[in-house]
Design a protein around this ligand. Structure first.
Ligand SMILES: Cc1cc2nc3c(=O)[nH]c(=O)nc-3n(C[C@H](O)[C@H](O)[C@H](O)COP(=O)(O)OP(=O)(O)OC[C@H]3O[C@@H](n4cnc5c(N)ncnc54)[C@H](O)[C@@H]3O)c2cc1C
Length: 459
């Protein structure tokens, strides 16, 4: 008998699940209906900062697969249609379209891929004209339109996470004077503060004013209601435009109302097959779920497209009659501001402490290529290893071209549960245009291994 799969959310996780299920089961076996409240499917939010900066064109180029392409593969995409209720008892969802018309649709299998909602603290003025969030392609269009409409001089980016630093670059590239305001000790709080300081110094060299330890108290407006400045306890920063990059929270209101299990970080809880815990026919993936951190053993909310795509594929494979699992993550992320590459994987020091792990650390300076080869650029690598066992716990890299993606060596080592001693023997490629004879990651592993050895064997 033909089953119906209903997908809530038409982006990375949802459409990966729909597409993969469709690949495995034809229309005679499986009907696929995807509800998306917006007007696009399978779009790349990741590309928005690069589009605004002028490195990519948008919005069309940022769409991996349009609704028409999905429909051509027998996926019934319904745009402008929001799912407003999940009725688990009767296996159906209630939808509302842009005109307000409501309808119930039954499902045999349900995928929840509702993503995340940007954090917007209730500070005065945050909804003023000239304040922008960055989440969907419409936000990119709005910001570009604002930048094109009239000459702007000052921009404030609130939040120094990766979206904040990428947006700081984008605004700088438009010739604006950019201030980044961050409440933590350093920008890029996913790094340890000593590595975050390097990011800060590099941003300041680029001409970005970086204000840290400064929660925003108010967005100040002029008589016309438009933003004019951002205020912290320490001062006021002029702003013709404000961009918010304050992080996101899992979008799980629907799931919560339906009585589905929500974890301590606000995300849906699933098993390894991405089936919602305790449910037979409800699956969830992407920014709305929590994931297992394979290094700490704890659950986390890590909203990244790379996980959303993989999890969606796992869901689609399982619904399509196959078998796949998503084992968890090691916390890998890479970003950049102008030519500075920023990368991390595993645990930072505070996370290792919170997990009850004892550790040693080492920081090294090296270069991206052999020192004598043109273009060799400096990079700093920090390695964290478990005391006594020597297991790699984390790796952070800040440097120029060729630095960031080296973090993948750490991601593989973490996944394999390697010690830093084992890492030092890794057979990595070497030629002068690509690395020094000892790759910087291996130098960091060697140095931290020395500290593990000095610490003595475990008892
Ligand atoms: C500016 C920016 C840069 C980023 N850069 C990177 C990067 O470099 N690397 C990386 O890995 N990740 C990056 N990300 C994160 C990445 O975009 C997300 O992790 C990914 O899009 C999550 O996919 P998702 O399908 O879970 O959720 P989303 O992409 O948020 O999609 C959820 C969809 O569900 C729809 N929806 C929600 N509720 C309902 C409902 N009730 N009914 C119908 N539709 C609904 C929404 O409209 C949305 O289209 C970036 C994100 C942003 C905003």
């Amino acid at each position: 008998m033909r089953e119906r799969l209903v997908v809530i959310g038409g982006d990375a996780a949802g459409m990966s699940a729909a597409s993969q299920a469709r690949r495995r089961k034809g229309p005679d076996e499986l009907e696929v209906v995807a509800f998306e409240r917006g007007r696009r499917t399978s779009y790349s939010a990741c590309g928005i900062p690069y589009w605004i900066a002028g490195d990519a064109t948008g919005p069309d180029k940022l769409i991996a697969r349009t609704p028409e392409k999905h429909r051509a593969r027998d996926i019934d995409v319904r745009l402008g249609t929001e799912v407003v209720e999940i009725d688990r008892d009767r296996g159906r969802v209630r939808t509302r379209d842009v005109l307000g018309a409501e309808e119930w649709t039954g499902y045999d299998q349900l995928v929840i891929a509702t993503g995340a909602v940007p954090k917007r603290p209730p500070i005065p003025g945050i909804d003023a004209d000239g304040v922008y969030g960055v989440q969907i392609l419409d936000d990119g269009e709005d910001i570009i339109e604002a930048l094109d409409r009239r000459p702007l001089r000052d921009a404030v980016v609130v939040g120094g996470g990766y979206i904040g630093v990428e947006m700081a670059e984008a605004l700088l590239r438009h010739g604006l004077r950019v201030t980044l305001v961050e409440r933590s000790e350093q920008p890029m709080a996913t790094l340890d503060p000593d590595m975050g300081r390097l990011v800060r110094e590099a941003m300041e060299c680029l001409g970005i004013t970086v204000v840290t330890g400064a929660p925003v108290r108010e967005v100040l407006t002029g008589a016309d209601g438009r933003v004019r400045a951002v205020a912290t306890d320490g001062g006021e920063y002029p702003a013709d435009v404000v961009v918010l990059g304050l992080g996101v929270a899992p979008n799980t209101g629907l799931a919560r109302d339906a009585g589905l299990p929500i974890g301590a970080h606000g995300g849906l809880l699933t098993d390894r097959a991405m089936r919602v815990r305790g449910e037979e026919a409800i699956w969830a993936g992407g920014d709305c779920v929590e994931v297992l951190n394979l290094v700490s053993g704890g659950m986390q909310h890590i909203p990244l497209g790379t996980h959303a795509n993989k999890q969606g594929r796992v869901i689609g494979t399982n619904i399509g009659g196959g078998y796949a699992t998503f084992p968890g993550v090691v916390g890998t992320a890479v970003s950049k501001v102008c030519d500075l590459e920023i990368a991390r994987t595993g645990l930072k020091e505070s996370q290792a402490r919170a997990a009850g792990l004892q550790y040693v650390t080492a920081v090294i300076e090296s270069t991206s290529r052999a020192g004598y080869y043109p273009g060799a650029a400096p990079m700093t690598v920090k390695a964290i290893a478990e005391r006594q066992t020597g297991r790699l716990l984390g790796l952070q890299i800040v440097g120029r071209e060729g630095a960031g993606k080296r973090v993948d060596i750490g991601a593989v080592a973490l996944t394999a549960g390697m010690t830093v001693e084992q890492m030092t023997a890794l057979d990595l490629g070497y030629a002068p245009p690509f690395s020094p004879v000892w790759d910087p990651v291996l130098v960091a592993a060697r140095k931290v291994d020395g500290k593990v050895r000095a610490d003595g064997p475990g008892v």
